[in-house]
Design a protein around this ligand. Structure first.
Ligand code: FEO
Length: 382
């Protein structure tokens, strides 16, 4: 597949994976992307996961048609992209490896390979001449590891964006881009919004017609759509109007309160998205917390603290720099309800959070009076 002039896709689809990064469910698999630039000199952009080395080398061989690559550019050392470096070096011993100084340090940590005379360090702003194409390297630290480079090819107007603009899902499955790109972004890169935003600012001056990420499809149409979503996500902006209600419940009473709030919001024409944290994908809940501007946390008191699923959820938000949102609480307890206090305390370090005046406290089970309290909260959120 030609991604742009002289640039060919040689990546692979992984349908055998159960959990990406050992934690994210990927029902539609995963793609590990790699590209080849055929010019007077040949550059290969990144490798693939260890389970697909042979398939990738086969793809590469077909595109190379007997030629040998001059360079292997390593933009990111996470093993889903770097694991096939040793096999590449064994097959193409004359090729040079190009990467940041930190990438070479990690290569020494991951692999037992001799890189003497094969290392070409790429600094921010550095270039690599291939002939018609000149690669320009842009440091993108923490998008999503510190050694990351993204690469611009001015001749083809292509940005090789590393993990940025990636998504879950193999390339042979049709699915909505934003849904799985958002879950991927907030799950994996979300903590580093500022750094990802800095990378976007550096890229803003470039004439980009195609984005070649390390996961997900090559983007070449309607680029403003993707760039605008990334501008919102990296700045922790609100993407969709509405309220996200995340609940954890033992016997269903807290769930009943959460669902009651959702229906009262819907009656007012407010979009309400709701998730049971114990049963639904936590990464999906995290993306929804960042997607909407208002978040309601509904939880029972448990072991003098809160339900462990809610604890996990809030921890995930905090470690991803959750901010700029309106927060409300519904708590439930049978003798000493304290979930709202604990949840608020967990969010203490987050920037620019506004807490609603109404906090709903349920004592064991919903009563008619509780419905009135929930109606008041719905009114305030609306
Ligand atoms: Fe796709 Fe951060 O590796």
């Amino acid at each position: 597949m030609e991604a742009a002039k002289d640039i060919y896709y040689v990546g692979v689809n992984d349908h055998s994976i159960d959990l990406f990064e050992g934690q994210y469910v990927v029902p539609n698999g995963m793609a590990y992307n790699s590209y080849v630039i055929l010019d007077e000199k040949i550059a290969v952009m990144d490798t693939v996961d260890a389970g697909f080395t042979e398939e990738w080398l086969g793809n590469l061989e077909k595109v190379l048609q007997g030629r040998c690559p001059d360079y292997l550019v390593i933009q990111h050392m996470e093993p889903d992209h770097s694991a096939s470096i040793p096999a590449f070096l064994a097959k193409y011993p004359e090729a040079q490896i190009v990467g940041s100084a930190q990438a070479f340090k990690m290569m020494g940590q991951f692999f037992d390979v001799d890189l003497t005379g094969k290392q070409k360090i790429a600094a921010n702003g550095g270039t690599l001449e291939l002939g018609t194409h000149t690669l320009q390297f842009i440091a993108a630290p923490m998008v999503h590891w510190p050694e990351v480079l993204v690469t611009y090819d001015a001749a083809a107007k292509v940005l090789f964006s590393a993990d940025a603009f990636g998504k879950f899902g193999a390339l042979d499955v049709e699915e909505d881009w934003a849904c799985e790109a958002r879950r991927y972004y907030f799950g994996i890169v979300g903590k580093y919004g500022m750094q990802a935003g800095n990378m976007l600012k550096k890229a803003a001056d470039l004439d980009i017609q195609t984005i070649c990420p390390l996961h997900g499809p090559i983007l070449s149409e309607n680029l403003d759509y993707y760039l605008n979503l990334y501008a919102t996500w990296t700045s922790y902006g609100v993407e969709s109007e509405g309220v996200f209600i995340a609940y954890a419940s033992i016997y269903g009473h807290t769930a009943e309160a959460a669902k009651c709030l959702a229906s009262k919001l819907e009656e007012k024409g407010i979009k309400a998205s709701i998730a049971d944290l114990a049963r639904e994908d936590m990464a999906e809940a995290v993306e929804d917390a960042f997607r909407y501007g208002k978040l309601v946390l509904a939880c029972n008191t448990y072991n003098n603290s809160i339900n462990p699923f809610m604890q996990d959820f809030i921890n995930r938000l905090v470690e991803r720099n959750y901010q700029k949102r309106t927060i409300a609480f519904i708590e439930n307890g049978s003798w000493a309800p304290m979930a709202a206090k604990v949840m608020k305390g967990m969010l203490e370090g987050c920037k620019e959070l506004t807490f609603t005046e109404n906090t709903v406290t349920i004592l064991s089970a919903m009563k008619a009076a509780d419905e009135e309290k929930i109606a008041a909260l719905a009114e305030e959120l609306a």
